[in-house]
Structures are given as structure tokens and as C-alpha cells.
Design a protein around this ligand. Structure first.
Ligand code: KIV
Ligand code: ZN
Length: 550
């Protein structure tokens, strides 16, 4: 890790597993978080904000496991979020401790609107708490990041004072959040410049930015911040996160890569320097995007910059003609640079277990023997139906087999009958958590509706299907279909995903996966939404947790 306080490159701080996971329905379990963290390490992010350890035992466990397994000496810094109070900070310190490089990120709001209605504290109190809690965090780790939440709507003079105190207390990164996604590029750039000019000890900390995309300006705001001195960008894969999400990592990284000559001088480099501005391996971007989308159930819109299905597609004749003559006519970047064309046909019916294991290793999947066996069975089944198996097919199989929706209900069989003169009817057999096999049947408006009604007759947990989508993994009539669904129970959203060459089976399996997540949450009575929204709406209970009151 680059320890310089004013590095001549941009530090990428990924918060997919913390702010990203705050997206409604994006809840991930520990194994899924680990899979994403491993891929983020392969992608080359500098910092992984792995979660908010105090918020739930599950979050604590995930951060700790990521610290143990991904926080290796030449790996990324593992960071835990904590409100500015002792219990939060202690939990974060304990969770990140196993990592070779670890950070505590603590925050408290500084805008008057948050002080008056949320914290019910004076400016003097908040300033003292910020300094005290940074010092407390510092008693556990050297690397402390401090965020004045809602910085953009805070009085700049008060903000400067809080930042100065936080740096004096030991913060080595100060992060400026646009919590409500309100600012515009020129304003945000000016705010960063103001901080550089008015916080006397700012040279002892790295300036970071964090921003939400409510007005669709997060990436533009960050790029302006870079021009004005920000050196760390907090972002998420596919831009997921609270409400409209966060600044998208892939967009920031590719903007800095494609336009490096424009940005070089702002980082004190010669214009023509070809040295990368970030440490990201851009060829891992597409793969990371797919992994996050599959595991969170948050689909990527086709026209999404960089990783959307249409991002490199040329539809109009004029464009196609130009690209055929010379790619540069309409392409500013190469699909290969984000790993989009690394889709080789690798295996077939005759490939054995060794070839399968080797290719998965090359793709970065290190499966346990048990998972490998399960995935190999799926591969053989697929190879019977599909002549050529590509890397993307392999990824779909592995994601499907290792997507750890708790196995409470298991789909044993599904059968549908439908047609233009038939009443869609489905029969399903599920294994229930107590090991019984139960079969039921239902009619519906279509085959999927009939399947879901039949499954509901067995599972009997109230839920409303709010999203259903089918996408093909590769081209061709024998392609694998990926089904992603989201369902609602009260104010909670759960996602499910499955991949199969038979989309009827994938639809049934995706639904069972989502119901298993819902069922497991009900069993644990884990108030998922309440806990997560606590970050932004609940008063921070610092008074009983800290002796600091001025
Ligand atoms: O949006 C925000 O302000 C946050 C802070 C916790 C950094 O996510
Ligand atoms: Zn945020």
C-alpha cells in the first residue's frame, strides 16, 4: 500500500460490501461477501470497506472473515465502519484486527440539519466527539479515516474546524461525503479546494470523497474533486448503494484510464505519462460487475456505462461501418480492456475434472472439494446439452453453486404444462427444512406464475414478487438462462438467482433461493432494514457510550 500522504495516484476505496449492501434487497450472506471481497482483491482495489461490524453479528462475522482471508500482507486494507461512539469503534477494531493492513472508518454528521433533528447536539459537542472518537479509534489502529457525514450541506467554516480536530487526533484520511447526492461538480471541486486551503494540518491526511448519485452526478463530482486535490475515491461496483447508489467504480476507473492525459497534470505528472492512475486491473472489471450483480440480484441496466450489455454494441449502420474501417471512429476504449472479450470456448463434453479444476483456478475460483464436486456435476449436465462451454458458462455454474442462499427448502422436482390452449399448471416437489418431501400443484396465468403459486402452497410465507428477469449468459439457442428475482415481505426485499439451460427450472430455483433468504431472516428475526437504515436515520447514541460532552 502506498503510504505517502499525497500520492501521485488515486486510491480506490471500495464500499460495495458496506454502502453497496445498503441497497434495498442487496443483502449478502457471509460466503457471498467473501466471494466479492476476493474478487475485489483480484481487481486491485486499495481498500475494501467490508461492512459495519456493530450493526449485526452477521456483519461482524463477514468483516472478520474478510480480514482473515483477504487481508493478507500484499492484499488490500480491510476497513470497518463505525459511528463515532465507543461500542461501534471497538467492534470495528476487533473485526478488522486479523488483517495485515486494517482501518477504522468513523463518522459523525456535521450539517446543522443533522445536528438539530438527528443528533440533537451542538456544534461544540460534535466537534469534541469527532476528535475524541478518532483518538479512541487510533488507540486500536494507526490507520483511521474520519467522515463528517453530510459534509456538502455543512457550514464550511465549521467543517474546516472539525477536520482540523480530527486530523490532530490522528485521522490519516478525511473523507468528504455528499450523503444526499446534492452537490454539482463545480461546487464539489470548490469544497475540496476550500478544505485544502483552510484546514491548517490538511497535509497530514489524504483527502477522500464519497458521494451518492441522486442527481446522477456522483462520478462527475468525484472527477472534479480529483482535479482539486482528492486522492481517494469511495465507490461501489455497478454504482450500487443507498437510494440512487454511489459513484460507480468502473466508471471512475475507466474515466481516469481513458482520459489519463487530461488528468495527469492534476496529479503532478507530465501530460504524456502512461503510468496508470490507479492500481486497478481493468481487465477484471466486467467479471467483478457480473459477480456483484449475480450475488446481489441488482441487475445492470443495458445502457450502463462500461459494464452494460450495450456499452460496446454498435447498432446503427453508420457506426458499424465506421468501426469496421477503424475502431477509433466510434470507440474510445477497447472491450478487451474491461475483460469483456475474454470469453473463450474452453471445455466440452470430454473434458475431465482436472481440466475443469484448472480452468476454474485460472478464472480465479478456488473451490473447496465439495463445491468443486457439485460444480463438476453441473458442468457435466450442461455439457450434455451444450456443445461448447465458455468461461462465462463456467462462471454462471460456479456462481450458482456457490451462491449461498441457505438451503432450508430444496427444489426436488418441477414440472409444467402450458400452451396456447392449455391452462398453465405446475407441480413442484420441495424438501422442507424438517426433511419432508412435499408436492403441490397450482394453475397460474403462465408457467412461471403457476410454479410460484405451487411453491407458495408449500412454503406459506407471505411475499410479493416485485421483479423477475431472464438473461442469457451467452448467445445461441443452447445458452444458459439466468433468472434473477426480487420479492418483498413487509418492507424487506430479498433476491434470488439461478442459472440453467431450462429457464423454467431456473425460475423455480431462483424463487426458492429468495424464499430461503426470506425464511432464514424470519427465523433469525434479524431486523435487516432497521439496522441498515440506522446509519442514516437513527440518532447516534453517543451520550451513554462516550464521556465526551462539552
Ligand atoms: O453517505 C454517507 O455519508 C456515508 C458515510 C457513512 C460515509 O455513507
Ligand atoms: Zn454513503
Amino acid at each position: 500500500m502506498d503510504t505517502q500522504l499525497q500520492p501521485d495516484r488515486i486510491i480506490i476505496f471500495d464500499t460495495t460490501l458496506r454502502d453497496g449492501e445498503q441497497s434495498p434487497g442487496a443483502t449478502l450472506n457471509v460466503d457471498e461477501k467473501l466471494a466479492i471481497a476476493r474478487q475485489l482483491a483480484r481487481l486491485g482495489v486499495d481498500v475494501i470497506e467490508a461492512g459495519f461490524p456493530y450493526s449485526s453479528p452477521g456483519d461482524f462475522e463477514a468483516v472478520q472473515k474478510i480480514a482473515q482471508t483477504v487481508g493478507i500482507p500484499d492484499g488490500p486494507i480491510i476497513c470497518g465502519l463505525a459511528r463515532a461512539n465507543r461500542p461501534d469503534i471497538k467492534a470495528a477494531a476487533e473485526a478488522v484486527k486479523p488483517a495485515a493492513h486494517h482501518r477504522i472508518h468513523t463518522f459523525i454528521a456535521t450539517s446543522d440539519i443533522h445536528l438539530e433533528y438527528k443528533l440533537r447536539k451542538t456544534r461544540a459537542e460534535v466537534k469534541a466527539i469527532a476528535a475524541d472518537m478518532v483518538a479512541y479509534a487510533k488507540s486500536f489502529v494507526d490507520d483511521v479515516e474520519f467522515s463528517p457525514e453530510d459534509a456538502v450541506r455543512s457550514d464550511p467554516d465549521f467543517l474546516y474546524e472539525v477536520l482540523e480536530q480530527a486530523i490532530s487526533a490522528g485521522a490519516t484520511t478525511i473523507n468528504i461525503p455528499d450523503t444526499v447526492g446534492y452537490t454539482t461538480p463545480t461546487e464539489f471541486g470548490a469544497l475540496i479546494r476550500g478544505i485544502k486551503e483552510n484546514v491548517p494540518n490538511i497535509d497530514q491526511a489524504i483527502i477522500s470523497v464519497h458521494g451518492h448519485n441522486d442527481l446522477g452526478l456522483a462520478v462527475a463530482n468525484f472527477l472534479e474533486a480529483v482535479k482539486n486535490g482528492a486522492r481517494q475515491l469511495e465507490c461501489t461496483i455497478n454504482g450500487i448503494g443507498e437510494r440512487a447508489g454511489n459513484a460507480a467504480l468502473e466508471e471512475l476507473v475507466m474515466a481516469l484510464h481513458v482520459r489519463r492525459q487530461y488528468f495527469n497534470p492534476f496529479l503532478g505528472r507530465p501530460v504524456e505519462s502512461e503510468k496508470p492512475l490507479t492500481k486497478i486491473d481493468t481487465r477484471q472489471l466486467y467479471k467483478t460487475s457480473r459477480l456483484v450483480s449475480t450475488l446481489t440480484g441488482m441487475l445492470v441496466q443495458p445502457n450502463k456505462a462500461i459494464v452494460g450489455a450495450n456499452a460496446f454494441a454498435h447498432e446503427s449502420g453508420i457506426h458499424q461501418d465506421g468501426v469496421l474501417k477503424n475502431k477509433l471512429t466510434y470507440e474510445i476504449m477497447d472491450a478487451q480492456s474491461i475483460g469483456l472479450t475474454d470469453n473463450q470456448i474452453v471445455l466440452g463434453k470430454l473434458s475431465g475434472r482436472n481440466a475443469f479444476r484448472t480452468r476454474l483456478k485460472e478464472l480465479g475460483f478456488d473451490l473447496t472439494d465439495q463445491d468443486l464436486n457439485k460444480a463438476f456435476v453441473r458442468f457435466k449436465e450442461l455439457a450434455d446439452k451444450k456443445k461448447e462451454i465458455t468461461d462465462w458458462d463456467l462462471e454462471a455454474i460456479v456462481h450458482d453453486e456457490t451462491q449461498q442462499a441457505p438451503d432450508l427448502f430444496r427444489l426436488e422436482r418441477v414440472q409444467v404444462s402450458c400452451g396456447d390452449h392449455a391452462c398453465p399448471t405446475a407441480t413442484v416437489t420441495l424438501r422442507t427444512p424438517d426433511g419432508q418431501e412435499r408436492t403441490d400443484a397450482a394453475i397460474g396465468t403462465g408457467p412461471v406464475d403457476a410454479i410460484y403459486k405451487a411453491i407458495n402452497r408449500v412454503v406459506t410465507v407471505p411475499n410479493e414478487l416485485i421483479e423477475f428477469s431472464v438473461q442469457s449468459v451467452t448467445a445461441g439457442i443452447d445458452a444458459i438462462g439466468e433468472v434473477t428475482i426480487r420479492l418483498r415481505n413487509g418492507d424487506r426485499i430479498f433476491s434470488g438467482h439461478s442459472a440453467n439451460t431450462d429457464i423454467v427450472v431456473a425460475s423455480a430455483q431462483a424463487y426458492v433461493n429468495a424464499l430461503n433468504r426470506l425464511f432464514s431472516a424470519l427465523q433469525q428475526q434479524e431486523p435487516i432494514s432497521a439496522q441498515k437504515s440506522e446509519i442514516s436515520v437513527e440518532p447516534v447514541k453517543v451520550s451513554e457510550a462516550t464521556p465526551v460532552q462539552s
